[in-house]
Design a protein around this ligand. Structure first.
Ligand code: RB5
Length: 147
């Protein structure tokens, strides 16, 4: 498993715990920054991670900002990306089982580092259920084609 990660100054508080979790699981990480608390523009990082996932350079992506919202809006502009922003365990499992989300967006001003790790773990370990959900994702893919 190869995961691309990116964050801004609002999400960097979650990054050490998420990186430690990924390393513990022997996941290959591509870190697109940022790496300090100086104010930066989150779409720059969302674009880098989303393009890495869309191109196949990474299997999945993680984006961290203040709320996760800006990162998800930006990442979902890239064709083939299904970025989910969430802060609860049920949605973390469901975004994998139902939506096959290939990017997880979390907010450093919304969840604690411990909660972030729990959400990442649920997202990564919950299998996509396929079946009727494939049909729904196909409709979304067709919307991508018409852009
Ligand atoms: C930065 O202050 C903040 O707007 C950003 O981290 C994020 O929350 C955007 O959605």
């Amino acid at each position: 498993m190869r995961i691309a990660i990116g964050c801004d100054h609002g999400g960097i508080v979650l990054k050490p715990a998420v990186l430690a979790y990924l390393k513990e699981k022997d996941i290959e990480i591509t870190d697109f920054g940022t790496n300090d608390t100086a104010s930066v523009d989150y779409p720059i990082y969302a674009k880098k991670v989303a393009e890495a996932v869309a191109s196949g350079a990474a299997d999945k992506g993680i984006l961290l900002c203040g709320t996760g919202i800006g990162m998800s809006i930006a990442a979902n502009k890239v064709k083939g990306i299904r970025a989910a922003v969430l802060s609860d365990e049920f949605s973390a499992a469901a975004c994998s089982a139902h939506n096959n989300a290939n990017i997880l967006c979390l907010g450093g001003r919304v969840v604690s580092p411990e909660k972030a790790v729990k959400l990442v773990d649920l997202w990564l370990t919950t299998p996509f259920e396929g079946d009727r959900h494939n049909r729904r994702l196909q409709i979304i893919a067709e919307m991508d084609e018409r852009k």
